[in-house]
Design a protein around this ligand. Structure first.
Ligand SMILES: NC(=O)c1ccc[n+]([C@@H]2O[C@H](COP(=O)([O-])OP(=O)(O)OC[C@H]3O[C@@H](n4cnc5c(N)ncnc54)[C@H](O)[C@@H]3O)[C@@H](O)[C@H]2O)c1
Length: 303
């Protein structure tokens, strides 16, 4: 298959369904060989099954593409290391890593159990860090051997991580952490030929279709299916391609036909006393600064 990822090899985590499946299909359609990872976990991370990853790999092969399934848990050292290893053993190279796997356990903070905190932070944050670490170690070795790659990482954050989301303290904290990880990885890995960006998608998957049934529903009249996960994947395929050279350290919000560059934190109004503040003076200064500051965007689900 020819396309913008022709000759490249991509790993997609959590690609057995939802957005990850759409990314894997798009990458394969653009010519990439794909390692389709999925633990086959339930909506809250429970259980496991090899079937989702195998089904998607089979679907890609049936369309004439190249794909191999990987059923491991990407938030474990063994699962993450074997991902990169499988790409190298099967296809002899690795060009792109799409970190996408994860699940939700939504609760208001006062009801959020330690297990639900740990599980969600673990799957998203460690589940991004470990595959990134193993892929980056390979790319650094390639660069040091004089074969600097045109490598790409696409991480998955969320509007919840950028703005906050009521009932998702664990998820919002993990997804905000993924933004920090993306910035550090982009700064550290550029010298090895690696570009690292993050997307904040919105689409109809099992994660969203019951919570927002009307907003996510597919139209019945054949018009643009705005919330199809496949609408998010063209950006992912481009970010995973060699053509995205120089684009690194960015966060893109993307849904339907829209792509937005998220501009992140910028210093707003500032005051410098030139000496230590008293608490009362600091308070007065803060109120004055806030009066001239841009109001924050609302937290999802607030008020
Ligand atoms: N759907 C949305 O609107 C939306 C919005 C913002 C962010 N996201 C993010 O997009 C990503 C994909 O979500 P989705 O909506 O497609 O959900 P989904 O539940 O359809 O797919 C997630 C997949 O990850 C797999 N998975 C879970 N834990 C795993 C592990 N430890 N190792 C390997 N695979 C594992 C699951 O088996 C599942 O197939 C997630 O990171 C999610 O937080 C989705």
């Amino acid at each position: 298959m020819s396309g913008i990822c022709s000759g490249r090899v991509a790993v997609v985590t959590g690609a057995g369904r939802g957005l990850g499946r759409a990314h894997a299909m798009a990458l394969a359609a653009e010519g990439a060989a794909v390692v389709v990872n999925d633990l086959g976990a339930g909506p809250g991370g429970e259980g496991h099954s090899a079937s989702p990853a195998e089904r998607v790999a089979e679907e890609i092969r049936a369309r004439g593409g190249r794909a191999v399934a990987h059923g491991g848990d990407i938030a474990t050292a063994e699962g993450a290391a074997s991902l990169t290893a499988l790409a190298l053993e099967t296809y002899g190279r690795l060009d792109a890593l799409v970190n996408n796997a994860g699940f939700l356990r939504d609760r208001m903070l006062v009801n959020l159990g330690e297990d639900d905190w740990d599980a969600v932070v673990h799957v998203h944050l460690k589940g991004h860090f470990l595959p990134l670490k193993h892929a980056a170690a390979h790319w650094r070795a390639e660069a040091k051997a004089g074969r600097t790659p045109q490598a790409r990482v696409v991480n998955t954050t969320s509007g919840a991580g950028l703005l906050g989301s009521v009932g998702q303290g664990n998820y919002a904290a993990a997804k905000a952490g993924i933004v920090g990880l993306t910035l550090v990885a982009a700064a550290e890995l550029g010298r090895y030929g690696v570009c690292v960006n993050a997307i904040a998608p919105a689409a109809r998957t099992r994660m969203t279709e019951t919570t927002f049934p009307e907003a996510m529903a597919a139209p019945r009249d054949g018009t643009f299916d705005a919330m199809s996960p496949a609408n998010v994947s063209p950006l992912v395929a481009w970010l995973a391609s060699a053509g995205s050279d120089g684009v690194t350290g960015h966060v893109f919000e993307t849904e339907a036909g829209r792509i937005t560059v998220m501009e992140g934190w910028h210093p707003g109004p500032t005051a410098d006393r030139g000496d230590r503040w008293t608490p009362a003076e600091a308070g007065e200064a803060v109120r004055g600064l806030l009066a001239g500051a841009r109001p924050p965007r609302p937290v999802y689900g607030a008020g």
